[in-house]
Design a protein around this ligand. Structure first.
Ligand SMILES: Nc1ncnc2c1ncn2[C@@H]1O[C@H](COP(=O)(O)OP(=O)(O)OP(=O)(O)O)[C@@H](O)[C@H]1O
Ligand SMILES: [Mg+2]
Length: 440
C-alpha cells in the first residue's frame, strides 16, 4: 500500500466510518511563497472608497468572533442537528454539546435552539461563570421562565438542587430548554455533581424543563461528573470537524458576500489547512481575501491563500508567542520526527484528546515502526510537552490552546513562521507529503 492509501485508510479509521466524499487533496505547497505580486494599478483604477467598503465586507463576511445564529449560515451540521432534535425534542433527553475551542459549539447550540423553538419548545440561553454554583447557573433563567403563580422562588438564599427541581416541575408548564454555554468554566466538582444530580432529578420527575450544556472538552467526563444512570438520559453530542466540501462551500459563500470569489486551488488550500475547523477556515479565508482585496483583485488565487496562511500564522505567533516559541523549538529539534509532530497536530485538530496509544497507532500506520513507534511517540510528546496539558484523565493530553494544532501543522509544513527552523529539504518534503492528508 502506498502512503496515500495508508493515509486514506488511517483517516477512515480515525473518523469511524466510510470517508464517503472525503478525499485526499492534491499536493499543496504551502512552503513556496510566491514572490510578492506587484500589481500595477492604473491611476484611473486606483483604490476608490469602494475598496474600504470591500475591506469591511471581508471582515464582516469572514467574521470569526460571532457565532452563527442563522441556520442557512451553518455549514455541515445536518447530522448533529438531526441527532439533537431526535434526542432532546423527541426523546426528551438532556444534552451535552462538547468540542474544541472554536469548533462551532455555540453556533450549533444557537441554531438548534432556534429549531427547537419552532418545534414548540421555549429555548433560553445562559452562560456559566467560573465560580458559579448551581444557584448561580440557574437563577438567571428564573426571571425569564414563565413560572406559574403560586410557586415561590426564595430570593434571599441560594437555591439547592431539590428546590430548583421543584420550581421547574411545579412552576413550568411549557416545554423549555435551558441552554448553558461555556460550561467548561465551571471548575468546582461540587457544582458539576449538583448539575448532574439536577439533570437526573428532572428526568425522574418528568419535568418539562430540559438542560443543554455546552462547553470545551474532549469527552463527556471532562465536563460533567456524570452520575452513571444519567448517561441514559443524556445525549452527548460531540462537535466534530466539518467535512471538506462543506467547509469549501462556507468559504465560497463568505467570499461571495464580500464580493470576491475563490479559485479552486485557493479554496482547497484553505480547507486543508483548517483541518475541519470552521474558525480556522474563516480566519485563513479572511487573510487570503484581504490579500486579494488589497491587490485590487476580485479573484482569490492560490498565492493569496498561501500568503494569507503565512499572515494568519504570523498574527497568531504575535498573539501567542509562548506557544509559538515551543513549536518553533520543537520543530528545530525534531529532525526526522517533524512528520510525527505534524501528525500530533492533525490528530488534536480532529479530536482534542491526544493519547499515547492514538499517536502511536497513527504514527506506526503512517511512518512504520522505525519513525512512528513507541520511542518516537515519547520523544514527540516530550518535544511539544510545554504546549500540552493533562487536565482530564491521566494520559489524556490536550493542547493547552486548543486553537493551536492547525498552526503547528502549518509550521511543520514550513510556512513562513517556521522558516528560521531551516528544515532540511527532505524533512520539508515529508511534512508537505503529510499535509496532503490533512483534510478530511
Ligand atoms: N457550522 C458552521 N458554519 C459556519 N461557520 C461556523 C460554523 N461553526 C462555527 N462557525 C464559525 O466559527 C467561529 C467559531 O464558532 P463558535 O463561536 O460557534 O465556536 P465555539 O466552539 O462556541 O467557540 P468557543 O470555544 O470559543 O466558545 C465563528 O466565527 C462562527 O461563525
Ligand atoms: Mg462558544
Amino acid at each position: 500500500m502506498g502512503w496515500t492509501e495508508r493515509l486514506q485508510h488511517w483517516l477512515r479509521g480515525l473518523l469511524g466510518g466510510d470517508p464517503g466524499g472525503r478525499r485526499i487533496p492534491e499536493r499543496i505547497d504551502y512552503a513556496s511563497q510566491p514572490a510578492e505580486e506587484s500589481v500595477v494599478v492604473p491611476i484611473s483604477a486606483a483604490p476608490k472608497p469602494a475598496i474600504a467598503f470591500r475591506r469591511n465586507a471581508v471582515f464582516a463576511a469572514f467574521n470569526t468572533a460571532v457565532p452563527v445564529s442563522d441556520r442557512h449560515g451553518l455549514a455541515g451540521r445536518k447530522q448533529e442537528l438531526a441527532r439533537l432534535i431526535d434526542a432532546v425534542v423527541k426523546q426528551r433527553k438532556h444534552a451535552l454539546i462538547y468540542g474544541a475551542r472554536g469548533s462551532g459549539k455555540t453556533s450549533l447550540a444557537r441554531v438548534f435552539g432556534d429549531l427547537a423553538d419552532e418545534a414548540g419548545c421555549v429555548a433560553l440561553y445562559g452562560s456559566a461563570s467560573e465560580g458559579a454554583d448551581v444557584d448561580g447557573l440557574f437563577r438567571p433563567f428564573l426571571d425569564e421562565l414563565p413560572v406559574q403563580r403560586g410557586v415561590a422562588v426564595p430570593a434571599d438564599k441560594p437555591l439547592g438542587v431539590q428546590q430548583l427541581a421543584n420550581i421547574f416541575v411545579q412552576g413550568v408548564q411549557q416545554r423549555t430548554l435551558l441552554i448553558i454555554d461555556e460550561f467548561d468554566r465551571v471548575a468546582a466538582d461540587r457544582t458539576k455533581h449538583d448539575v448532574a444530580a439536577l439533570l437526573k432529578l428532572l428526568t425522574d420527575m418528568h419535568s418539562t424543563v430540559q438542560i443543554v450544556l455546552v462547553g470545551i472538552a474532549g469527552n463527556v467526563d471532562g465536563l460533567l461528573a456524570a452520575h452513571p444512570s444519567l448517561r441514559r438520559h443524556l445525549s452527548a453530542q460531540p462537535v466534530a470537524p466539518i467535512e471538506r466540501d462543506e467547509l469549501a462551500g462556507l468559504l465560497r459563500l463568505c467570499a461571495q458576500q464580500a464580493g470576491l470569489a475563490f479559485e479552486e486551488d485557493a479554496v482547497q488550500t484553505i480547507v486543508s489547512a483548517a483541518i475541519g475547523s470552521p474558525y480556522h477556515a474563516r480566519l485563513f479565508g479572511m487573510h487570503a481575501a484581504l490579500t486579494a482585496e488589497s491587490a485590487g483583485r476580485e479573484r482569490i488565487t492560490l498565492g493569496d491563500s498561501q500568503k494569507g496562511l503565512a499572515e494568519a500564522l504570523a498574527e497568531w505567533g504575535d498573539l501567542t508567542p509562548d506557544i509559538c516559541h515551543v513549536f518553533e523549538h520543537a520543530l528545530t529539534q525534531a529532525g526526522q520526527l517533524r512528520g510525527m509532530i505534524a501528525l500530533a497536530g492533525v490528530l488534536a485538530a480532529h479530536a482534542p484528546v491526544l493519547t499515547f496509544e492514538r499517536l502511536n497507532a497513527a504514527g506506526v500506520d503512517l511512518f512504520g515502526e522505525e519513525l512512528g513507534g513507541a520511542a518516537a511517540v515519547d520523544r514527540t510528546i516530550g518535544l511539544i510537552a510545554a504546549a500540552l496539558s493533562e487536565d482530564g484523565m491521566p494520559g489524556e493530553l490536550q493542547f493547552a490552546d486548543s486553537l493551536s494544532p492547525q498552526f503547528l501543522v502549518l509550521m511543520a509544513n514550513g510556512s513562513s513562521r517556521a522558516r528560521s527552523a531551516a528544515p532540511s529539504a527532505r524533512e520539508a518534503l515529508d511534512a508537505r507529503e503529510l499535509l496532503q492528508g490533512v483534510g478530511l
